[in-house]
Write a protein that binds this ligand. Structure first.
Ligand code: NAP
Length: 292
């Protein structure tokens, strides 16, 4: 592998967020650009909410080819774009921007990344009953892509007073024929719902580093009939996924979703088929290095 030479022809991609210090995306994308010998580079940009507009104007002015958008800008960024992909519009969040000669289009590859991670394990959500825990940004993308692909949903969220889960459920009902119900995330609702579902998704931040002893679902409630997907990838694996595996469930980790969202963004920027295994290996190496 040759050293990367940056020239006047090098295309620039990056990720915009705040904080941005722990992002895995630069390693994933730069490894792929370098290995495939394509003339792109990927850099992190720490951007405050008050400066998001200028950052996106700067993308146009500096001819940056593509950006990933992460916390806390996925919703706010939408108003600065020229076009929004219909799915991202329904979800109400953008995590990928493509700059085509000054025309900025927003997409949501978190949603597609989640779906692809399921399909790769031969799990088709059509007609399945899915319980999604959480109603934050990631849960929103997951619920919409599941509804779009024919799943029926129960969304349980801790704070019902803010109505995030109910808001997702209402908007899904307006757009799709899926059965969807929202309720409070508590022991009773968990126990009742878990008796009758096929796929269980943790889209809360429960169990994420540094709170690695936490788990969103008591191990006693897990069984071998379930597919369990934890979108958290740090720690790798989470306590929740370890316990699901012990219970005999089929498990999918958050690294798969991360890698696939990156792969879908890569494809939009470069027009090339993403080398998913390479992206997975580089992300995994970084995770393991960080855990040491
Ligand atoms: P977010 O918008 O802040 O939402 C966080 C969610 O977690 C909310 O529903 C929140 O409920 C819930 N929650 C937090 N603490 C809780 C607790 N103690 N008990 C019950 N529920 C709790 O965050 P996000 O962007 O959706 O991200 C959620 C997680 O997914 C993070 O760990 C993130 O790293 C991960 N993620 C992974 C990927 C991937 O590619 N693998 C992509 C995006 C996100 P309330 O509404 O009640 O606060």
């Amino acid at each position: 592998m040759k050293d990367k030479v940056i020239s006047g022809k090098t295309k620039i991609c990056g990720v915009v967020g705040d904080p941005i210090e722990h992002t895995m995306s630069p390693v994933m994308h730069n490894t792929v650009f370098k290995t495939l010998g394509i003339d792109y580079i990927y850099v992190p940009f720490k951007v405050k909410s008050s400066e998001l507009r200028q950052a996106i104007e700067g993308m146009r002015a500096l001819n940056i080819r593509g950006l990933n958008i992460t916390i806390p800008h996925k919703v706010a960024v939408m108003r600065f774009l020229d076009r929004i992909d219909p799915l991202a519009e329904k979800i109400g969040a953008v995590n990928t921007i493509v700059n085509d000669e000054g025309i900025l289009t927003g997409y949501n590859t978190d949603a597609g990344g989640f779906l692809q991670a399921l399909l790769e394990k031969d799990i088709n959500p059509a007609g399945k009953k899915v319980l999604v825990l959480g109603a934050g940004g990631a849960a929103k993308a997951i619920c919409f892509i599941l509804a779009e692909h024919g799943a029926n949903l129960v969304i349980l969220n801790r704070k019902l007073e803010l109505d995030w889960a109910q808001d997702i459920a209402h908007r899904i009902e307006q757009n799709y024929t899926a059965n969807v119900r929202a309720d409070e995330l508590n022991k009773k609702n968990l126990e009742q719902t878990l008796t009758n579902i096929d796929i269980l998704v943790n889209a809360t931040s429960v169990g994420m580093s540094p709170n690695t002893d936490e788990t969103p679902v008591d191990a006693k409630l897990l069984c071998s009939d379930l597919v369990v997907f934890d979108i958290i990838y740090n720690p790798f694996p989470t306590r929740f996924l370890r316990e699901a595996k012990t219970a005999g469930a089929k498990t999918i980790d958050g690294l798969e979703m991360l890698v696939w969202q990156g792969a879908l963004s890569f494809e939009k920027w470069t027009g090339r088929k993403p080398p998913v295994d390479l992206m997975r290996q580089s992300a995994l190496r970084l995770l393991q290095r960080n855990e040491k």
